[in-house]
Unconditional design. Structure first.
Length: 154
C-alpha cells in the first residue's frame, strides 16, 4: 500500500518508528514530515499529507503531532479528507469501518509506540463497511460542497 506520513517536531521519533515498521511490512511510505526537532508548524504537514491522499498520490495517510489534534484539524480542511484522531485500537478500527477515514492521526505525547503500531495495523487492516455508513459519508461530502468554496493549491 502507498502511505503518506507526516509529522511536526513533537513526533519525529514516533514518525521514524512507524515509517520503519510499515516499510518492514512491505508498504511504500512517503515521508512528508519534518525530520528535525526544531519547532515548526503542524498545518504545513497536515496539508502535505492531505494533498497526497486527496490527489491520489497515496492510498491513505498517517499524521502525528503532539496530540494528533492540530495536524488532523488542518488536514480536514482539504476537500475529500476524512482525518480521524485515534488513541486506541477500537477507535482506529471503527473510523475505517464506519467513517471511511482516509487519514489516521495520533499523538506522540499521548500514545506509546506499541499502541501506535496497533492503531496503524487496525486502520490498515479494516475495510469500510459501506451500507448505511455510505449515506453518512455522502452527507459529509455534501457538507464540503456547501461550505468549501474553492479548491486548494498543491
Ligand atoms: C506542538 O507543541 C504541539 O502544539 C503540536 O504538536 C500538536 O500537539 C498540536 O495539536
Amino acid at each position: 500500500m502507498k502511505i503518506a506520513i507526516g509529522n511536526d517536531h513533537a513526533a519525529v521519533e514516533m514518525k521514524n518508528a512507524i515509517l520503519d515498521y510499515l516499510t518492514d511490512l512491505g508498504h511504500d511510505v512517503i515521508n512528508y514530515g519534518t525530520d528535525t526537532k526544531k519547532s515548526c508548524h503542524y498545518p504545513v504537514y497536515g496539508e502535505k499529507v492531505a494533498n497526497a491522499v486527496a490527489g491520489g498520490t497515496a492510498d491513505c495517510g498517517i499524521l502525528i503531532c503532539g496530540t494528533g489534534a492540530g495536524i488532523s484539524i488542518a488536514a480536514n480542511k482539504v476537500k475529500g479528507i476524512r482525518a480521524a484522531v485515534c488513541s486506541d485500537v477500537t477507535t482506529a478500527r471503527l473510523v475505517k469501518e464506519h467513517n471511511n477515514a482516509n487519514i489516521i492521526a495520533f499523538g506522540a505525547r499521548i500514545v506509546g509506540i506499541e499502541t501506535a503500531k496497533d492503531i496503524v495495523d487496525a486502520f490498515l487492516n479494516t475495510e469500510f463497511a459501506g451500507g448505511r455508513h455510505q449515506e453518512r459519508i455522502d452527507m459529509i461530502t455534501a457538507l464540503e460542497e456547501r461550505y468549501f468554496s474553492r479548491g486548494g493549491e498543491s
